[in-house]
Design a protein around this ligand. Sequence first.
Ligand SMILES: C[S@@+](CC[C@H](N)C(=O)[O-])C[C@H]1O[C@@H](n2cnc3c(N)ncnc32)[C@H](O)[C@@H]1O
Length: 327
Amino acid sequence: MTPVPIKLVDLMTAYQGSALIGTAVESGLADLLAEGPLTIDEIIAKLGTDDRGTMALLAGLASYELVERDEDRFSLTGLGAPLAGSHPETVAQIVLKEWFFYKLWAEMPVAVKDGHARTGPWRERLENDPSQAHAFLRALDDLCTLFGGELPERAGLDAAGRLLDAGGGAGSHAANLVEANPEIEATVLDLPGAEPVLRERHPELGFVEGDLDQPRFGRPEDENWDYVLLSNILHDHPADRCARYVSEAASLLAPGGSLVIYDWVIDPGRTSPPGVARFTPMMVVENEGGWTWSEEEIAGWLTDAGLDPQPMKRGFGPIAVIRGLRT
Ligand SMILES: C[S@@+](CC[C@H](N)C(=O)[O-])C[C@H]1O[C@@H](n2cnc3c(N)ncnc32)[C@H](O)[C@@H]1O
């Protein structure tokens, strides 16, 4: 009999690492251990957790080299250290976002069968569960800090101008563009429920309430922008909506302006690059009609909106830039 490859076994059991990491952050263990090494009795006393359960959690985390034991004290390893909220490169908010999806992905078989998302749209999430939606937006901001630095170079917004970051959330990417070119004046447009996170994370940016589903995103007729950014927006929506959003964004541009799409762009065969291919099921589970779009599809919407699509620029990560110019 052929032995089952280790890679397959690792994939089958990968949920165990995710669950242990989610528990380490949600239980407060990671934050606690960041303060210094502790014995199991000290950990149990501070967390109020079960002794057997706590030892099992520590054992599991040690098996992934996230926690280490020195005599009778436990501490975070270098690999585990960013799980703490106090770490300068903390991934704690990102872990909580993934922990939310961990539970959602258990419904993947149903989503594959019926094609429907297992969460509501952003508007509903911001209104019904603001703490979860805000945590999500904070996680996106942290992800941008860790991995989003390539947008300014790829977007090439070299001239001074006014930028509207439509559906900008915490304003992470607009802030990076302004940092790269201080002559850009950026305003984030989002649903009102997103404003607190923008104010918390990037108070230096302007904010306007708006709605992607309204003509001109709810902006007045006489207003126009040198740059409009749609970052991580199109993947949340079906094709007809994407076409509409691109067309409304184009209508906001001043002559010579450009629309910057920053999104997870899939290859035409829809199975690569791997990071984008793996993101596709996330979109099916998370967003009604969510999908990863190809360069051709995005360029088609830009052309239909009267813009001149520029070739896609891909960086080291899965998210690529496609710019459409208003001539
Ligand atoms: C996936 S997040 C992307 C956030 C940010 N652009 C980024 O790249 O990190 C989607 C954003 O779109 C906003 N959004 C969703 N529906 C919207 C609507 N109808 N009008 C305005 N903003 C909307 C959400 O509040 C959220 O901030």
